[in-house]
Every structure is written in C-alpha cells, then in structure tokens.
Design a protein around this ligand. Structure first.
Ligand code: NI
Length: 137
C-alpha cells in the first residue's frame, strides 16, 4: 500500500531577481518590483510530501521526526531570515525565483532521504503563488 505523508515548514527570506549580464532597465522590465536592488522579503510556506509504502512492522512510512529534522537542517536553518542571493551559496549564480528555490530544496532533500521515497516539494511565495516540483525533468 502506497501513500504520501506531508510535513509543513516555514521560512522568511529576502531575495532579488536579476541577471548580472542584463542592464538595470532590462531587469526591471522582466522582473518588475522583484528586481528592486535593495531586496525584498517573502514568507515562504513549504509542504514536503514523501511517497512510499507503509512499513508493516511500525505502521510508519517514515518517522516524521526524521523528516522534520532533515527539513530543519536543509531548509529552515540555512534559509530562514537570510538574504538568499547573498547568504545561500546555491543562489550565488542562480536566480532565487520560486521555481529555482523549489528545485534547490528538492535536490537537498533528495540527497538526505532514502531513495525508496518519492519526494514532492510544494512551495508558496504568497498565499496565491506556488510551485510543485517532484523531481521530474
Ligand atoms: Ni519576490
């Protein structure tokens, strides 16, 4: 029997969307207010789903304490109250869009969680704007 368990998490972070190889004018045209050179913040809401089979011995898919700690180590501690562009190495040369943040989170979780689990990352930048990434290219 296969099912999905979910864990919610939250972080606040600042970012700026821009390309260094573009003029200020072009950045403003493409990224609008999100290209403000002085950065701006979002309250990100994260929902991580793990899909797999229930262990008949424990009745668990995974001990949720394990998932909680992995999310804390890989997402909350490195991202919360940070400037993503300046303080998070993954975004040194990668635009911290909602899409790219979700992909980075997925890759970090994939490296820490048993390969028997499918992973989905649902990331909200605002209550209305969100992305879901499950590792498919
Ligand atoms: Ni933004």
């Amino acid at each position: 029997m296969s099912l999905t368990v979910y864990r919610k998490a939250h972080f606040n972070a600042a970012h700026r969307l821009f390309r260094e190889d573009w003029s200020d004018e072009k950045n403003k045209e493409v990224f609008g207010k999100c290209s403000n050179p002085n950065y701006h913040g979002h309250n990100y809401e994260l929902i991580v789903g793990l899909t797999g089979k229930v262990d008949p011995e424990t009745g668990y898919l995974i001990d949720l304490k394990i998932l909680k700690n992995v999310i804390k180590d890989e997402v909350e501690d490195p991202f919360d109250h940070k400037n993503l562009n300046k303080e998070v190495p993954e975004f040194k040369n990668l635009n911290p869009t909602l899409e790219n943040i979700a992909i980075v989170i997925w890759n970090k979780l994939r490296a820490r969680l048993d390969s028997k689990f499918g992973i989905s990352v649902e990331l909200y930048e605002t209550p209305r704007n969100f992305v879901i990434y499950n590792g498919e290219s």
